[in-house]
Structure formats: structure tokens, C-alpha cells
Write a protein that binds this ligand. Structure first.
Ligand SMILES: C=CC1=C(C)c2cc3[nH]c(cc4nc(cc5[nH]c(cc1n2)c(C)c5CCC(=O)O)C(CCC(=O)O)=C4C)c(C)c3C=C
Ligand SMILES: [Fe+2]
Ligand SMILES: [Fe+2]
Length: 345
């Protein structure tokens, strides 16, 4: 029996049978001058997953106040960490490197059936165009990997929203999976501990206190049910136990507060100041919530918080780098992806 339908001669040929893995991170401006900075901040801060204020209330604050001053101010901050060789933010450089290394590491798994790509929630390369590129290559199964160890609506959910919005326009949707947050995965905790020990080993001093600084979020989002705070607390506890440190020496704090509302506490900058003023002479900060170093780590932690510590009586300060595309970092991303691909390969 012939099961093949007879197709009209102009029937579209659509490639299929491949698996796509899309690494997704936050995004970065296209340049540090006013215009690209404004475009980036406007896209970011217009996202209802990030700012939950009603539109009528938020629109004038954003357009008349924030977007008139913040682009120039933050542009100067970005300029201090910019990758001038590639003319891009470090978040892009590192996410691209993670993608290339992951593709290499997955070669044994799916032969040449797997394509690994990357996209940014805000700015470029955008999620929709990278999804379309995967489909064009014949990926009819796609794994979305938000590169955030801890789930938060303003990061993981909005990246997935963006992917789902693109899927809404497709006649033939791929089968889609979303990687689970990996905040408690032993591979992640082990990788962090190994990386922290190695970084500490290179220092000329032993820090009295290590701050485990996670990106903050309005406290209200936690009260409304976002699991981010609890996942951060689990990561910090597991990491502290793995490193064998007391609660006094290894402390969870939250950085990058934005706007007048209360955010998750304790705040990193206030803790740094209080410690320095209270006589702590040596301090290290690690930021395990970021899968790649970026403005929030390189400028805010290694720049601003270093200044705060040294100006308030501190003597020795170190910022310990993120996992990035290091061997440990790649072990984590590979483990997450391999687990989520089970049943597909
Ligand atoms: C205003 C609300 C914000 C929430 C809520 C928020 C949550 C959140 N963000 C990250 C990760 C990153 N944020 C980064 C930059 C950044 N974040 C906000 C605002 C919120 N973030 C702004 C306005 C900016 C841009 C810089 C600035 O103007 O201050 C970055 C760095 C991007 C880069 O290019 O380097 C990351 C990464 C997480 C994990 C999170 C979780 C709740
Ligand atoms: Fe942020
Ligand atoms: Fe910041």
C-alpha cells in the first residue's frame, strides 16, 4: 500500500528531523552611546515581566524621567567593561563562547543532528530570528535553555514568553522543551565550589567574609509567588555547606536595586559598607546567579562595591569571576542540556 500522499507540485519542502538547543540570556545594548543605550533600556524596562506597574503609571516615569538620564549614565558604566575588540558587551562574548563550546561537547551525543545556537531576550541576536534559523535548518524539536540557575519571572519566564510569542505565528510549530532551573544541581554547586576555591587560592589574602551576591528583585514579586528568593537561598546554603563555611563567613545578599520600592534584602552595597565600617578588613564577593560576567558583576560588584569597601575602611577586596565558559561552567551547561535532551537522543 502506498502511504505517501500525492502532493501538489508547488508544495513547500520543509526540512525536519534535527534537534535545536537555544541558549538564552538577558541581553546587552548594541553600543554605549545614548541611542543604543536608550533603545536597550526602553525594551527592557517596558517589559511587564520586569516592571509590573500599570502602564498609565509607568509610561511617564519611564519615558520622561528614566530614559532621559539613565542611558548616558549607564552607557559610561558599560564603557568600562566593553569588549572593544568585538565591540560588544561581555555578556554577548561569553554567551557566544558557551554556545560554541557546548556544540563541540555535544558532538558525541547526537552526531550531527543537534544545532546549538544562542539568543538574547533584549536586543540582538533576538529570540524570534534564532528560532526561525533553527527551524530553517530542520529542527523540529527545540530545547530552550534560560541561562539562569534560579528561576525568576523577570528573567527565565520573559525569555520563554518571547519564544512562545514567536511560536504563536508558526503553522508548523516545533516540539518545545524548557530546561528546568538548576539552582540545586550537584554539578552546579560542585562547579561553583571548585571555581571559588581556585579563585581564592590565587589571592594574596584570605577573606574574612565572602558575600554571595545574587541579583535583586522587588520584594513584592516574592510575596506574589515568584520562587526566585527561595531558590537563591537554597543555592547559597548548598554552596556554603560545600565550602564548609559558617553563616557568619559566607552570606547571601542581593544587589542592583532599582527604584524606590523595597527589594530582596539584605542589600549587597549596604552589607559591604556595614562590614567595612564594622572593622572587616578583607572581603570577597562571588555572584553564582550569573552564568556569565556582565555589567552587574564587572562594574557593579568589582567596581562600585570595591570602592564602597575601600572607602569605608576595608583593605583587601576581591571579586571572584562567574563560571562563564570555563571548564566547570561548561560542565554545568552540558549536564543541564544532556538531562533535558533525554528521550530525544
Ligand atoms: C528593574 C527591574 C529589574 C529586575 C526585576 C531585574 C531582575 C533580574 N535581572 C537579572 C540579570 C541581569 N540584569 C542586568 C541588568 C539590568 N537589570 C535591570 C533591571 C532589573 N533586573 C536593568 C535596568 C539592567 C540594565 C543595567 C541598568 O540600567 O542598571 C544584567 C546585565 C546585562 C548586561 O548587559 O551586562 C543581568 C545579567 C536577574 C538574574 C534578575 C532576577 C530577578
Ligand atoms: Fe537585572
Ligand atoms: Fe547594576
Amino acid at each position: 500500500m502506498n502511504l505517501k500522499p500525492s502532493l501538489p507540485p508547488d508544495h513547500a519542502t520543509i526540512r525536519s528531523g534535527r534537534i535545536g538547543v537555544l541558549l538564552m540570556n538577558l541581553g546587552t545594548p548594541e553600543g554605549t552611546s545614548y541611542k543604543p543605550m536608550r533603545a536597550y533600556l526602553k525594551e527592557f524596562l517596558s517589559d511587564r515581566r520586569v516592571i509590573e506597574e500599570p502602564r498609565w503609571k509607568w509610561w511617564p516615569i519611564l519615558n520622561l524621567i528614566i530614559l532621559s538620564t539613565r542611558p548616558s549614565r549607564k552607557g559610561k558604566d558599560y564603557a568600562t567593561i566593553w569588549n572593544n575588540e568585538r565591540d560588544e558587551g561581555p555578556l554577548k562574548t561569553i554567551t557566544r563562547a558557551q554556545t560554541e563550546k557546548l556544540a563541540e561537547r555535544l558532538k558525541g551525543l547526537g552526531g550531527d543532528h543537534i544545532t546549538v545556537d544562542w539568543a538574547m531576550r533584549y536586543g540582538l541576536p533576538d529570540v524570534k530570528s534564532r528560532l526561525k534559523a533553527l527551524l530553517a535548518q530542520g529542527c523540529d524539536r527545540i530545547l530552550l535553555v534560560p541561562l539562569y540557575p534560579q528561576y525568576a519571572a523577570p528573567t527565565s519566564a520573559t525569555a520563554c514568553d518571547q519564544a512562545f510569542r514567536a511560536l504563536m505565528e508558526m503553522r508548523w510549530q516545533p516540539t518545545v522543551r524548557v530546561a528546568h532551573p538548576y539552582y540545586a544541581d550537584p554539578t552546579y554547586i560542585d562547579a561553583l565550589a571548585t571555581s571559588i576555591r581556585a579563585s581564592l587560592g590565587k589571592l594574596s589574602f584570605e577573606p574574612e567574609v565572602i558575600l554571595c551576591s545574587l541579583h535583586g528583585m522587588p520584594k513584592e514579586y516574592l510575596l506574589k509567588g515568584d520562587p526566585y528568593y527561595c531558590q537563591c537561598a537554597v543555592t547559597a546554603r548548598l554552596l556554603r555547606e560545600k565550602l564548609g563555611l559558617s553563616e557568619e563567613r559566607f552570606r547571601l545578599t542581593f544587589q542592583s536595586r532599582f527604584g524606590p520600592d523595597e527589594w530582596l534584602q539584605p542589600y549587597t552595597d549596604e552589607t559591604v559598607k556595614t562590614l567595612a565600617q564594622g572593622g572587616t578588613k578583607s572581603l570577597a564577593i562571588v555572584a553564582p546567579g550569573f552564568s556569565a560576567d556582565c555589567l552587574e558583576t564587572l562594574e557593579e560588584l568589582d567596581g562600585e562595591n570595591r570602592e564602597i569597601f575601600l572607602h569605608n575602611g576595608g583593605k583587601d577586596f576581591a571579586y571572584l569571576p562567574c563560571l562563564n565558559d570555563s571548564e566547570e561552567g561548561m560542565q554545568v551547561i552540558e549536564a543541564v542540556v544532556r538531562r533535558e535532551l533525554m528521550g530525544w537522543v
